[in-house]
Design a protein around this ligand. Structure first.
Ligand SMILES: [Zn+2]
Ligand SMILES: [Zn+2]
Length: 298
C-alpha cells in the first residue's frame, strides 16, 4: 500500500487538473491519494470521478491557511463537510483575503518598476478557484523577471520581501475545532518547514492534540532525517498520527514528486478511524473516500 496524503491541483496552485493529478498518482503506483488544495474543495468532484476510473482510492481534503502565535501554519483537513457553515465562512474569508491581496501585491511590484498587471496573473492562474502568490510568481516567470517560483518568492513575494502583503488566516485552534465539527480530522502540514509551527515543543503539540488535532505530517521534503525522527517520536509520545506525503504541485514545485514520501498503512488506518469517529459525532453529511475498481496489482 502506497499512500500520499498531500497534493495540489489547479483548483489551487498545482499545475495538473484534478483528473490529471489523480491519473498521475495512479501512474506513480500510489494506492491512495488525498487531494488537498489550499482552502477549497473545488477539485473534489472531478478528482473522485477520475479516481473511480483510474482504480485508485481518493481521500478528499484541503490545506487550510491558519495562523498561530504570529506564524502562518498550514493545516491539512481530511473529510470535513466543506459546506458546514462556520468552516465555509472561514474559508470564504481566507479566499477573499487572497483575492484582494493579488492586486495589492501587483501594485507594489509596479512601484518597484516591474511591468506586471493583474491580467498577467489571471492568465498564469488558468482559471484557478483563487489566484495567489504562486500565480504572481508564475506571471513574473512568464514576463522574464525571474527564472522560477523560488526566485520570485526569495526576491519579491516572500514574507518580508518588498512586494509582500499579509492576509487573513484562520486561528489554528479554531480551524482544528471547525474541521472536527464539520466531521473531519486535521493534521498540521510540514510543522518544521515553511508554513509550519516553527520549532514546536512537545507541550504545544500536546495542547493541540487536546483541542482535537489528529496528527502531524512527519515525512515531508522540508524535514531533514533528524527532524523526521524527532517529530515521529513526539507523535508517538502524544498519540498523534504521523503522516508522510509529497506536497505535489505538478510542475509548480520541484523535488515534490508524487509518492516521494508516503504514509504507513497503519497510520492511515488510524487517521481514517478518527475520521469515522468525527463524522459520527458531527451532524454533517461528510464526503466519502472514493475507491476505484481493483487494479489487480495489490
Ligand atoms: Zn503547505
Ligand atoms: Zn501543500
Amino acid at each position: 500500500m502506497r499512500i500520499d496524503l498531500h497534493t495540489h491541483s489547479r483548483a489551487s496552485d498545482g499545475t495538473d487538473t484534478p483528473a490529471e493529478l489523480v491519473r498521475a498518482a495512479a501512474q506513480a503506483g500510489l494506492d491512495v491519494v488525498a487531494i488537498t488544495d489550499h482552502d477549497t474543495a473545488d477539485g473534489w468532484v472531478e478528482a473522485a470521478t477520475a479516481a473511480a476510473d483510474a482504480g485508485i482510492t481518493l481521500v478528499p481534503g484541503m490545506e487550510i491557511s491558519t495562523g498561530h502565535r504570529g506564524r502562518s501554519v498550514h493545516l491539512l483537513a481530511y473529510l470535513p463537510d466543506p459546506t458546514s457553515p462556520p468552516l465555509a465562512d472561514e474559508l470564504t474569508r481566507v479566499l477573499a483575503g487572497r483575492e484582494s491581496r493579488v492586486p495589492e501585491m501587483v501594485e507594489r511590484l509596479r512601484r518597484l518598476g516591474i511591468e506586471i498587471s493583474t491580467d498577467d496573473v489571471s492568465a498564469a492562474a488558468h482559471g484557478a478557484a483563487a489566484t495567489g502568490r504562486p500565480h504572481i510568481a508564475d506571471a513574473l516567470v512568464t514576463l522574464g523577471v525571474v527564472a522560477d517560483r523560488t526566485e520570485a518568492f526569495d526576491r519579491y513575494l516572500g514574507a518580508g520581501r518588498p512586494a509582500y502583503v499579509n492576509r487573513y488566516a484562520v486561528p489554528l485552534e479554531l480551524a482544528v475545532q471547525l474541521v472536527g465539527e464539520a466531521g473531519g480530522v486535521s493534521v498540521v502540514a510540514h510543522p518544521w518547514g515553511r508554513g509550519g509551527l516553527g520549532r514546536p515543543d512537545e507541550a504545544t503539540l500536546a495542547h493541540l492534540h487536546d483541542v482535537g488535532l489528529a496528527g502531524i505530517e512527519v515525512d515531508h521534503q522540508d524535514h531533514d532525517p533528524a527532524t523526521r525522527e524527532l517529530l515521529r517520536a513526539m507523535a508517538r509520545d502524544i498519540g498523534l498520527v504521523a503522516t508522510g506525503s509529497s506536497d505535489y504541485h505538478g510542475t509548480g514545485k520541484v523535488d515534490h514528486d508524487l509518492g516521494c514520501n508516503t504514509t504507513a498503512p497503519e497510520e492511515y488506518e488510524r487517521l481514517m478511524e478518527l475520521a469515522r469517529g468525527a463524522a459520527a459525532r458531527s451532524d454533517r453529511v461528510t464526503p466519502v473516500v472514493t475507491s476505484g475498481p481493483a487494479t489487480g496489482t495489490a
